[in-house]
Design a binder for this molecule. Structure first.
Ligand code: AHR
Length: 309
């Protein structure tokens, strides 16, 4: 038993000795906040020292953070990138310093795949497809859609837009009549929706809102109400993330559907880092996370299940 105790102690000490730098996008959405909280909780549970850096939605801040993690000689770096491009130089610096990098959530577009161990993320295109399929079915293929895009240049916006539009190509009666970015935030979601509704003559001929995330959708439903229309009825609301607030809105009828994105990406990222430290060299380049689709049929039940945890 002394041996067991010593081994356990050594195990936890070595885990405690790991320092991981995490460059997070920002705190633009409820989903992002849950994701940050989940990473912090997971690090604490594992005895990992986490250096957390909030980039406030700016890639230049992320690059600075990564350089500072390298200078501090952290054991591993986790990056949730704001946008896809512009990563190659700093990732090469990490590689030269022999610090392994794990990408989570949005993607990086680099020509050298050896610059990171793996990416842990959902399939953004599939999310867009699921959202569009729901809308096509609900409207029997006839609908004028307003789109609120996420951050320009982010994989989440690029992928969701592509997936949604791919389904629309097969269903030409469902059309995006206006589309604009609202940067994934609630305030912009409201503001941009107001102007889109105005541009559409108050919104009487608009059948649905396709929002790249719940946060913007939650802002937009206020704008819909202020325009004298009923969100969820006069204008259908289709979204992504399935955060608790969106499930509540689905239960009360103001959002119709949200495609789930799990915020629990920290655990799998630390698993990869720990396996790498134990000697594993090759990882699949994309560890794919799935997600359910929530509607009035299952949102309340899911919310209760989450609250019971
Ligand atoms: O990259 C994932 C997206 O970023 C989430 O859907 C959104 O809420 C967040 O801001």
């Amino acid at each position: 038993s002394t041996l067991v105790a010593t081994t356990l102690l050594a195990g936890s000490l070595s885990a405690q000795a790991i320092t991981v730098g995490f460059s997070q996008v920002g705190s633009e959405s409820g989903w992002r906040t849950s994701f940050s909280e989940s990473v912090k909780a997971e690090a604490e549970k594992r005895g990992i020292t986490l250096k957390f850096s909030d980039a406030q939605q700016k890639q230049e801040n992320q690059i600075k953070a990564v350089r500072s993690f390298i200078a501090q000689r952290v054991d591993a770096i986790v990056i949730a990138p704001v946008v896809e491009t512009g990563w190659q130089p700093v990732l090469m610096e990490a590689k030269r310093a022999r610090i392994p990098v794990v990408i989570v959530d949005r993607n990086v577009s680099v020509s050298d795949q050896s610059l990171y161990l793996t990416r842990i993320a959902p399939d953004f295109e599939l999310e867009g497809q699921k959202a569009a399929n729901w809308l096509v079915e609900k409207t029997e293929g006839q609908c004028n859609v307003l789109e609120l895009q996420g951050t320009v240049g982010s994989s989440a916006a690029i992928g969701r837009m592509k997936g949604f539009n791919d389904v629309l190509k097969q269903n030409p009666g469902v059309k995006i009549v206006r589309s604009q970015t609202a940067e994934f935030t609630r305030a912009k979601g409201k503001e941009v929706m107001e102007s889109l509704l105005k541009a559409e003559g108050g919104g009487k001929n608009v059948c649905a809102l396709w929002s790249h995330n719940d946060e913007m959708a939650l802002g937009a439903i206020q704008a819909i109400r202020e325009a004298g229309l009923k969100p969820g009825e006069d204008i259908l609301v289709v979204s992504v993330d399935a955060v608790d607030d969106a499930l509540k809105a689905i239960a009360d009828g103001s959002i119709n559907v949200s495609v789930e994105l799990s915020p629990h990406l920290g655990g799998p990222a630390f698993d990869v880092i720990e396996e790498h430290r134990k000697g594993k060299k090759e990882f699949d380049k994309w560890i794919r996370m799935g997600g359910a689709v929530y509607t009035s049929e299952n949102a309340a039940q899911e919310l209760a299940a989450r609250q019971a945890k």
